[in-house]
Write a protein that binds this ligand. Structure first.
Ligand code: UDP
Ligand code: MN
Length: 379
């Protein structure tokens, strides 16, 4: 009896010790686990804010004060991650509803005659241009007519890289041209950071996605920086069909090189552009993305329209010919298979900075060619 009792006691004693040991180990383990995740969290937060500061201090925004509209000068570096930074006072359009009172601006435009635009090719500093055109603009290059109500809110999206002289000439001409039309508009310059070949289609898609975060635009213009409109009757509002504006150029002897050409300056109502899933993101280097876009338009049973040739004239600024890409021929053969999966709905980019400058909103992004192409070629 005693023997049996002692045996049971011993077993119970051992079980108790085991239980205590197990609990203690679990507690210690949990303690270290918690500490470790907290440390990681703190470290991650520190790393993130360091990266944010890199955005502000490196390349893109030297001398920038957050929360002001001070113009910044650019350096050479750029951030390596999504910095999620907005610089400058935000444009007020996001909170505003277009009211149905007051005369509509298009009624007022109709009263104006047919006049040629005087192109100004003078080289002016950005400070001078801001003085000339900035007084009646809201931050980010937003213009709102005061004496009438614009029927559409228009975003003019300009793909950009290393064409600063063209940018100044473009701004010097486009602001007076658009203000005269009494249209509510905003200029969005989407710049691609160095590292990959320029992807014009993708920059335009990014302009739409980032633009949507700022204002509810009814109409998008995709505008080459080197195109200056020559007729005041070339209205910068959207029609019921996608429109090709830059049809009459001196370099083509004022005739279309081929019927379905659809580049330079085109416009889309927002819903139409979304319906076709925007531009393809595959075209790195020069050429192809505008023909692909035309295919998408036709695929969705839409037609394009143009103003008469005497209204569709543009002055095109001179530049070195961009390097063409040969892959465009094969992409143009397979465009149909990608319409639904390659475009606005599958953008892969890194937003480094959005800055509301006096004459335009500057959206600075990184695009990594292998990351973008890899995601489509895998499929
Ligand atoms: N672009 C740019 N930097 C470049 C090349 C192109 O900013 O190095 C932009 C710019 O808006 C330009 C547009 O992409 O107007 C179309 O490219 P490009 O002028 O080379 O085309 P092309 O005149 O040959 O049709
Ligand atoms: Mn050009």
């Amino acid at each position: 009896m005693c023997k049996r009792w002692c045996f049971t006691c011993e077993m119970l004693g051992r079980a108790r010790t085991g239980f205590v040991l197990l609990t203690a180990t679990t507690l210690v383990f949990c303690y270290f686990l918690l500490r470790h995740t907290q440390v990681l969290h703190v470290q991650h937060k520190r790393w993130h804010s360091r990266e944010r500061m890199r955005c502000v201090h490196s390349g893109t925004s030297n001398n920038t004060k957050l929360g002001t509209t001070m113009e910044t000068s650019r350096g050479t570096g750029h951030c390596r991650t999504d910095c999620d930074i907005f610089v400058g006072e935000r444009p007020p359009c996001i909170t505003r509803n277009i009211s149905s009172t007051g005369p509509w601006c298009h009624e007022m435009r109709r009263k104006r005659g047919n006049t040629k635009v005087k192109v100004n090719l003078d080289s002016r500093s950005m400070e001078m241009l801001e003085k000339l055109h900035g007084a009646d603009l809201e931050p980010g290059g937003l213009f709102r007519p005061t004496e009438c109500t614009s029927s559409q809110r228009v975003a003019v999206i300009v793909p950009f890289r290393e064409r600063s002289l063209h940018l100044k000439i473009f701004l010097n001409n486009i602001h007076p041209f658009l203000k005269k039309q009494r249209v509510e508009y905003m200029i969005l310059v989407v710049e691609q950071a160095p590292g990959s070949r320029l992807n014009r289609g993708m920059l335009r898609n990014i302009g739409v996605v980032e633009g949507e975060k700022l204002c509810k635009f009814d109409c998008y213009f995709f505008h080459d920086i080197d195109m200056i409109p020559l007729s005041e009757r070339n209205l910068y509002t959207c029609g019921s069909k996608p429109r090709h504006h830059a049809a009459a150029l001196a370099r083509w002897n004022y005739a279309l090189p081929y019927e379905h050409i659809f580049g330079g300056v085109v416009s889309f109502k927002t819903d139409l552009f979304k319906k076709i899933n925007g531009y393809s993101n595959m075209y790195f280097g020069w050429g192809g993305e505008d023909d692909d876009l035309y295919n998408r338009v036709k695929h969705h049973n839409m037609d394009i329209e143009r103003y008469p040739m005497k209204i569709s004239g543009y002055g095109d600024l001179k530049h070195r010919k961009s390097e063409a890409q040969n892959a465009r021929y094969s992409y143009l053969k397979t465009w149909k298979a990608r319409v639904e999966v390659d475009g606005l709905n599958s953008l892969k980019y890194h937003r480094y900075l959005v800055e509301f400058r006096r004459l335009y909103t500057w959206i600075y992004v990184g695009i990594k060619e292998p990351e973008v192409l890899g995601s489509y070629l895998k499929k």
